[in-house]
Design a binder for this molecule. Structure first.
Ligand SMILES: [Zn+2]
Length: 444
């Protein structure tokens, strides 16, 4: 039985999908104005493990991840410039060029991290009609109001259980809201569904019943999740930083319009820090996915990340990454000489750990300590679950040729050439391991 921690209930709940054998899930995607950094990697690797484990358990998973290409302000108080507009202004490119470039970069990064790609990546800018209809519905039902300036806001006071996900009351929320952000809202806690476009912005704005403008950030997820997954779906997730206000507001919008539960399970991944510090551009410790992948293989990165539970804070350090390397070496080495039969007690214990709210640290510890007791077929299953790629050296022409050269050089005691070949083998993604039974070549 698979149990998962549900932010909504605050407990580990037995996972029961709406339809037998099928899971419909939605994860908030990136705002495409910059390259994915390690914080993104943390979130998307967390949900990749979930998707892969659900697939292993036999579920057919429909996974939607949106692309925010409009409407996300530089801060969540909804003041300041749109992040994408700001980037376009800084670089002298059009908004369209910025979002296309960074959407492609995001997909490339996911693939480089060996993430199983979601079934669909709907873009906010391509769902403006769905968003407008959604907002019209909320106004009609009395949950939203328009202002003279052409803005539309959600009236938080109308949603009686507002705060149920983040487990805080309206008073608490109001004391935490900056008063100057109120503008033309009736209450500072209200949030934008549609914003009137200032005359200075002429890209990525649309005509609406309320004038020319663009959607607020939260509404796109309500409109697109409903379109692709229905009024109620199984699981909604993202990083912990989105519990409030983003997910709280998604729930308010969706459940007010449909009168139904939006998602049964709300799952959130923990934060990422670098060397004990919050990662930020101003601290110059911000690392992109591409930068990390220059130092470590995707296999190593995944193993290093999964050695911390998905809900716990993850601190990216050299030590943690080296543990990922060591584990990769251990299990790949064992795979090269795996036994015929698996010790099922060990294998079942690994799966049991994952059934308990994806306890990957425990699962990986068990696997690392007992890798030599698991046969090839069962190890292949574990590779699938953890998204590891093991390509034997025989399948890589360049690496194979280098390995043969190295073996020949060693046979002639030409150690200089052998060392050069070893370095080249590592460059093409393999590691040379000398064992008591001779040299083996394993993927990085
Ligand atoms: Zn969202």
């Amino acid at each position: 039985m698979f149990r998962i921690y549900n932010t909504l209930t605050g407990t580990k709940d037995e996972f029961k999908p709406i339809t037998d054998g099928e899971v419909r899930m939605y994860v908030c995607g990136p705002t495409v104005y910059d390259y994915d950094h390690l914080g993104h990697a943390r979130t998307y690797l967390g949900f990749d493990l979930l998707v892969r484990f659900l697939t292993y358990l036999g579920y057919k998973v429909t996974y939607i991840q949106n692309i925010t290409d409009v409407g996300h302000m530089v801060n969540d108080a909804e003041v300041g410039a749109d992040k994408v507009q700001k980037k376009a202004h800084e670089t002298g490119q059009t908004v369209r060029q910025i979002v296309d470039h960074f959407t492609q970069a995001h997909l490339r990064d996911l693939e480089a991290l060996q993430v199983r790609l979601p079934n669909n990546f709907p873009k906010a800018s391509e769902h403006i009609n769905d968003i407008i209809e959604f907002v019209e519905g909320l106004i009609k039902e009395g949950y939203a109001y328009t202002t003279a300036a052409g803005n539309v806001y959600f009236s938080v006071a109308k949603k009686k259980d507002y705060g149920k996900l983040s487990h805080r009351g309206l008073t608490e929320i109001l004391t935490g809201t900056r008063v100057e952000a109120a503008g033309d809202k009736r209450s500072p806690a209200d949030f934008a569904l549609w914003k009137a476009a200032p005359v200075s912005i002429n890209e990525m704005t649309w005509d609406s019943p309320w004038g020319r403008g663009y959607p607020g950030w939260h509404i796109e997820c309500s409109a697109m999740s409903r379109k692709y997954l229905g009024d109620t779906f199984d699981l909604h997730g993202s990083g912990l930083e989105h519990v409030f206000p983003h997910h709280e507001n998604e729930i308010a919008q969706s459940e007010s319009l449909t009168g139904k539960t939006m998602a049964n399970y709300w799952v959130h991944t923990g934060m990422l820090s670098v060397g004990g510090q919050k990662m930020s551009k101003s601290l110059h410790n911000s690392l992109t996915v591409q930068e990390a992948l220059k130092q470590y293989s995707a296999n190593e990165l995944r193993l290093a990340f999964y050695q911390t539970h998905y809900r716990k804070p993850f601190d990216y350090t050299k030590t943690v990454m080296e543990q990922g390397i060591a584990l990769r070496r251990k299990i790949f080495q064992a795979y090269a000489i795996s036994p015929e039969k698996t010790d099922m007690q060990v294998f079942d214990a690994i799966i049991d750990a994952l059934n308990d709210d994806l306890d990957s640290p425990k699962a990986l510890q068990l696997w690392g300590e007992n890798a030599q007791l698991i046969n090839k077929a069962d190890t292949d299953n574990l590779f699938d679950i953890f998204g590891l790629r093991y390509m034997p050296i025989e399948n890589s022409d360049s690496a194979k040729r280098l390995a043969e050269d190295r073996d020949a050089a060693r046979a002639k005691n030409d150690f200089l050439t052998a060392d050069n070949r070893k370095a080249e083998i590592e460059q093409v993604g393999y590691e040379v391991v000398d064992t008591v039974n001779g040299t083996i070549y394993i993927p990085r």
